[in-house]
Design a protein around this ligand. Structure first.
Ligand code: NAG
Ligand code: NAG
Ligand code: NAG
Ligand code: NAG
Ligand code: NAG
Ligand code: NAG
Length: 402
């Protein structure tokens, strides 16, 4: 087979394997069957909450009918503020009608999507559910405890993934209704500094890399910032870089697409960064194990240790280590460059991938593809013959589609 054809097949295969995980349900489609909730449904889409809901495994939606929505809309809130209000109506746990009536001690508080947005102070992101006397179930924002909204009926129950129930009125929360700036007006460096990435934020400003991050907010941005201790430990290496490479390392910590935590947890694969351009890949692999999400660069593996903000179109997460792109750093444990293995070598990670930046050649490309393949658990098991068969099958499909 021609090398170029093999490469084409491989590219096709990589694209297919890295397609995002399919979601369990489509809330827009589900609510379409209930026309009295059409306004609520429309705003779930406009605020991008529908997308976030579809990526969750366990969720309860406190739906508002068209008349409850019209009283909410009459307040004239901006779309960004409405998003906060509606996200308070999405609980990240499963509450079917039965569970609502069996709450231990008759009252509980449970987290909503507003809690993870970064805009909820104290317990304002939690919802109080109280089983009143006579079997009536009431809801309130946990910070007010004003139980003014009641369970009306069940719309959908898919235990224990999705429950959609109607409540009688909007959960009235001054915190959720507080004006929230348009994403493009968010000052990213100030936000990162205020939420625990002070040193990283300082580097963004001092190099001017902050401008690139800021410009990408409107179209969706995910920032992975290393914590202060990690940045301080990295400073001797950072000072050694040229100005251009300093900027590249920082841009390597930004991804020009919004990724909520739920999205990171539901899809493994390669991510391009703000530093990616043509010849320079500057990419890394996202991998998740149960609740932990790690980023692997071939030089280091960093772990997400916290969420600073997670609100479409901007997400920022804290890492325990600075991400070191293999384009600029070697794995320090192996200072000597091991001889490159033959391209046919098996799936074990290649020493070439950790080697000096100078060997960004064809062997490296093969190592890279092997690493991509290895990044999917199941894909790693495909042997050469199987790979070829799958690749050919894909080619036939592609041709048949023409
Ligand atoms: C969900 O359903 C709606 C309405 O049927 C459709 O427009 C939308 O594309 C679907 N979304 C996904 C992610 O499939
Ligand atoms: C929920 O609110 C009610 C009324 O304000 C309060 O009595 C109850 O303690 C709250 N429940 C929890 C778990 O905080
Ligand atoms: C709930 O989600 C799990 C995992 O995504 C899936 O296997 C299961 O079939 C879903 N259950 C229902 C009722 O849709
Ligand atoms: C963000 O705030 C800092 C400090 O207040 C300021 O120096 C910087 O210019 C601001 N950035 C933008 C993009 O407004
Ligand atoms: C910085 O560069 C100098 C000169 O190349 C080298 O001796 C030193 O080890 C480097 N320091 C770090 C932390 O990489
Ligand atoms: C980045 O560093 C590499 C060597 O590590 C060097 O070859 C390259 O010129 C530097 N790039 C810039 C833009 O300074």
């Amino acid at each position: 087979m021609q090398p170029s054809m093999a490469a084409a097949i491989f590219a096709l295969l990589v694209v297919v394997l890295l397609a995002p995980a399919t979601t369990a349900f489509n809330i827009t489609k589900i609510l379409k069957k209930h026309p009295e909730f059409s306004t609520f449904n429309e705003y779930l889409t406009q605020t991008h909450l529908a997308n976030e809901i579809n990526h969750r495994q366990t969720i309860t939606i406190l739906a508002l009918d068209n008349s409850a929505m019209s009283s909410l809309l009459s307040k004239g809130l901006t779309l960004f503020t409405l998003r906060n209000v509606l996200s308070l109506h999405v609980l990240v746990d499963y509450y079917g009608a039965k569970k609502l009536h069996q709450i231990t001690d008759g009252t509980t508080v449970t987290a909503s999507l507003f809690q993870s947005s970064g805009d909820a102070d104290g317990n304002s992101g939690y919802v109080n559910i109280t089983d009143m006397h006579g079997g009536k179930v009431a809801f309130a924002p946990a910070d007010t405890g004003d139980l003014n909204s009641f369970f009306v009926k069940t719309l959908v129950e898919m235990p224990y993934n999705l429950s959609v129930i109607q409540i009688s009125a909007v959960l009235d929360s001054a915190t959720a209704e507080a004006p929230t700036p348009e994403p493009s007006k968010v000052n990213l460096t100030s936000l990162l500094a205020a939420k625990g990435c002070k040193e990283f934020s300082r580097l963004l400003s001092s190099t001017g890399a902050d401008k690139t991050f800021q410009e990408n907010i409107d179209s969706g941005l995910t920032v992975f910032c290393a914590g202060d201790a990690a940045v301080k430990a990295f400073m001797p290496k950072f000072r050694n870089l040229t100005a251009g490479n300093k900027t590249a390392v920082l841009l390597y910590h930004g991804v020009p697409v919004f990724n909520s935590m739920a999205m990171l947890k539901s899809s493994n694969g390669i991510m391009n960064t703000l530093a990616t351009d043509g010849a320079n890949k500057y990419d890394f692999t996202v991998q998740n194990d149960d609740e932990t999400v790690t980023l692997k660069t071939k030089v280091v593996t960093a772990k997400i240790t916290g969420t600073l903000v997670d609100k479409d179109p901007v997400a920022a997460y804290k890492l325990d280590k600075v991400l070191l792109p293999r384009e600029l750093f070697k794995k320090s444990a192996k200072p000597d460059s091991a001889p490159a293995p033959a391209p046919e070598a098996e799936d074990a990670p290649s020493p070439v991938a950790d080697g000096p930046t100078s060997d960004d050649d064809d062997d490296d490309e093969v190592a890279d593809q092997r690493a991509r393949r290895g990044s999917r658990n199941d894909a790693g098991k495909i042997n050469g013959g199987g790979l070829l068969a799958v690749g050919l099958a894909l080619c036939y499909c592609a041709l048949a589609a023409l």
